[in-house]
Design a binder for this molecule. Structure first.
Ligand code: R5P
Length: 270
């Protein structure tokens, strides 16, 4: 791995745990103003200092994130379709590598749609992006998108999608947690981070998901709705950090969540 690419990778993963807590706020690129992400600036600001990386689009980066931030950026560079379409897989590359470099991001991310009507083009896009990433020293994160068919999220499917992404040169893969998740990890030679998916029944359920994923070999999380749709997003992010970086149990993470919930907000302290 070239020094520049390795350096960008290292920015996102803690030198201690070697894991990463990525905060995903890229949902608007196909879902529009998602609940509790209607005002991205307000959602992002309190969470930014507690994330190891921030995953978003260039439009939200340029308008809602201060350039003084020290938080590494994972830039989504695929898109072109919205939830109004039945088939979400018809994505193209929407950002040039030159612009990603200009934005000084730490990685670029695209969705791959294995088994979907546009499987072929999404995998070719991944391969081309890896070529450009190797040239520019830019890591590529492949996101194993499942479109609207959530039932596809079984280990057999996700292991296939992750392995294909790694074979085509992705430097990291974002996927979903599933039963037999260790099989997904086992077959994928690059780091895996897990998305949270739609908001679960409780904060505890999201902590359990993260705990299981880390215990079975994930190198981190890249989570959105289960953080910022929580009533206590900062507390939730801190509790997740304890799991990802300190291998806290779910019980210990719940204790952190409870303590953080009780902490007065900055506005109250002032
Ligand atoms: C889809 O919009 C993106 O890939 C998200 O970044 C990903 O699904 C993670 O967000 P969440 O935890 O809300 O699923």
């Amino acid at each position: 791995m070239d020094w520049g690419l390795a350096n960008r990778m290292a920015r996102m993963f803690s030198p201690g745990s070697q894991n990463s807590v990525m905060l995903a706020v890229d949902h608007g690129y196909f879902m529009g103003p998602t609940r509790r992400l209607e005002d991205p600036r307000a959602t992002i600001a309190p969470l930014l200092p507690h994330a190891d990386a921030l995953a978003l689009t260039r439009g939200i980066l340029r308008t809602c994130v201060p350039p003084s931030t020290r938080t590494p950026i994972v830039l989504r560079v695929s898109g072109g379709v919205t939830v109004l379409q039945e088939d979400l897989s018809d994505e193209d590359i929407t950002v040039s590598m030159e612009d990603a470099v200009r934005l000084n991001v730490s990685a670029v991310a695209l969705s791959v749609f294995v088994g979907s009507p546009h499987e072929h083009s999404s995998l070719v896009h991944l391969s081309e992006l890896v070529d450009q990433g190797e040239e520019a020293g830019m890591p590529v994160l492949a996101i194993t998108a499942v479109g609207k068919e959530l039932e596809k999220r079984d280990a057999r499917y996700l292991a296939l999608a992750c392995r294909v992404s790694a074979e085509l040169g992705a430097h990291m893969v974002k996927t979903y947690y599933c039963d037999d998740f260790e099989k997904v990890v086992e077959g994928c030679p690059v780091p895996i981070v897990v998305a949270g998916g739609p908001r679960l029944d409780s904060d505890q359920a999201a902590l359990e998901l993260a705990h299981h994923a880390i215990a079975l070999g994930a190198k981190g999380i890249d989570m959105g709705r289960n953080i910022w749709q929580s009533d206590y997003p900062v507390a939730m992010l801190k509790a997740l950090r304890s799991i990802v970086h300190e291998h806290a149990t779910v019980g210990e993470a719940m204790d952190i969540l409870t303590q953080e919930k009780a902490r007065p907000s900055r506005a109250t302290v002032a």
